[in-house]
Design a protein around this ligand. Structure first.
Ligand code: NAP
Length: 267
């Protein structure tokens, strides 16, 4: 089995990586080959060692083909099932257990610039749009080509179900189980007064719907998972459920609601 690793940049994580390689090298029933970071070969499995942020980096580096597994070098992660003190159990599971493959939906975005370019992007957690300066983001929101509202405020988040527990949660969006093929549009500090009005609730859109955001600001800040930057001359952004999903190999039963409870209620 060809394995690629993506590590958080700290000593503890590097130590966990070394220990894991030693354990898998000692396996007598399976052969594991770790690929170099710059290898052109396609891995069968990608191991993210770090946090959920490390997993986001891994999925953008390796895409939709491999299976992903996370070892969390902090607290329990939403994308990571294993702790560094469970490396023996993990190595045993790799040899003995048939994993369940959990496929998580993504957000797909088409960014249209004022000079007619069309760029395709995707996110596992979310797309975030904010004004590039501290003044308001101004956006006309269309759902399925019908004008829905005129948004004025700090920003908008379009998240996937597995991203619903991240930035989306901080703005009171709903938590969506990743078996739902949907995207969620949530507001960041909308202005609601006698001049401006938005729905002021998060909206969950099914797979066959799309949301189009017509951008009025000359410059915006765009975030797609970990990637972020200032974009000039964006005309519109259209988001829908992505055609591809990210595949996670689950070797033990830890449900999405277990993760939610452990992360937010009882650790
Ligand atoms: P960061 O700002 O260093 O950390 C963001 C935090 O979000 C980390 O604790 C990370 O967990 C956690 N996280 C990431 N994905 C998650 C998920 N699907 N469910 C629950 N928690 C999740 O940024 P980063 O590590 O590069 O991660 C990028 C993400 O940060 C973005 O996709 C966005 O969702 C999130 N973010 C959140 C806020 C907010 O809540 N106000 C603001 C900006 C960005 P780990 O510690 O395990 O890495």
């Amino acid at each position: 089995m060809k394995i690629a690793t993506v590590l958080r940049n700290d000593d503890h994580t590097r130590q966990v990586d070394i220990r894991l390689r030693e354990k898998l090298a000692a396996s007598t029933s399976r052969s594991y080959r770790f690929l170099d970071a710059n290898s052109q070969e396609k891995p069968d499995m990608v191991l993210s060692i770090g946090g959920d942020g490390t997993m986001l980096e891994a999925v953008h580096q390796y895409g939709f083909e491999p299976h992903y597994i996370g070892i969390h070098t902090g607290h329990l992660g939403f994308y990571a099932d294993w702790h560094p003190d469970q490396l023996d159990e993990f190595a045993e599971a790799l040899e003995q257990v048939d994993p369940l493959i959990a496929e998580y939906p993504t957000v797909s975005c088409q960014i249209r610039t004022k000079d007619g370019q069309l760029l395709e992007k995707w996110a596992l957690n979310e797309l975030v749009i904010r004004n590039a300066s501290l003044s308001s983001l101004v956006v006309s929101v269309f759902i399925n080509e019908q004008e829905f509202e005129h948004f004025r405020g700090d920003g908008l988040i379009i998240s996937s179900p597995s991203g619903s527990t991240a930035y989306n949660k901080a703005v009171d969006g709903a938590l969506l189980h990743p078996s739902l093929e949907a995207i969620q549009l949530a507001e960041i500090a909308s202005i609601n007064n006698q001049s401006y009005r938005t729905i002021n609730s998060a909206l969950v859109l099914p797979k066959h719907h799309q949301v189009e955001l017509i951008i009025m600001n000359p410059e915006i800040m765009l975030g797609m998972d970990r990637e972020q930057g200032v974009w000039k001359n964006v005309d519109s952004i259209t988001c829908r459920v992505g055609p591809q999903k990210v595949k996670f190999a689950r070797y033990k039963r830890l449900t999405f609601w277990d993760r939610v409870r452990k992360a937010f209620i009882h650790g």
